[in-house]
Design a protein around this ligand. Structure first.
Ligand code: PNS
Length: 158
């Protein structure tokens, strides 16, 4: 039984995240999405809202669950009896930070490995920040986020 952890801020979840989640769910027995609580990024959505939107978005995936975590990611990974972190890589711009995190995590927890999935081409430009920017300017959001997120995002931006 192999469990993998997909961590992030998910402020909000995008179709790019969902693509990585769906592909991970096909690779591992169980995927736990870890929503970071103590983010320094001042999220637009509360922890509860982010967890609820994700739960809704993955409701069709039987082996995926959503939890939140505080503190170090590797502690959460171990607590869940896993040793695999999943991260999506969009472009070279992601590489530096992702490599730094993966290597740092391995120094702190040598048993924990990070598996990188390349983002599908159609989502290579997509991020939660881009989505929030488009929402502010009234762009149709259906290409960017799961349907359940759209009304909440429009509401929040108002
Ligand atoms: O969606 P994000 O904001 O790119 O996700 C970043 C995340 C949550 C993976 C990263 O900030 C994280 O792991 N935070 C928990 C604290 C931690 O373990 N820090 C050490 C690695 S940077």
């Amino acid at each position: 039984m192999i469990t993998a952890i997909y961590p992030g801020s998910f402020d909000p979840v995008t179709l790019g995240h969902l693509d990585i989640i769906t592909r991970s769910a096909n690779m591992f027995d169980k995927v736990i999405i870890g929503v970071l609580n103590n983010t320094s990024k001042k999220p637009l959505f509360s922890l509860e809202e982010r967890v609820n939107m994700l739960t809704d978005a993955v409701s069709g995936l039987d082996n995926v669950s959503v939890e939140c975590f505080n503190g170090l990611l590797v502690d959460f990974v171990k607590q869940k009896k896993s040793n695999i972190i999943i991260r999506g890589l969009r472009a070279l711009t992601d590489f530096d930070l992702e490599m730094q995190m993966a290597q740092g995590n391995r120094v702190v927890a040598p048993d924990v490995d990070t598996v990188f999935l390349s983002t599908s081409v159609q989502y290579s430009y997509l991020s939660s920040s881009v989505v929030k920017e488009y929402a502010r300017y009234g762009v149709d959001l259906k290409e960017f986020v799961p349907e359940c997120v759209i009304p909440q995002l429009i509401d929040k931006i108002k």
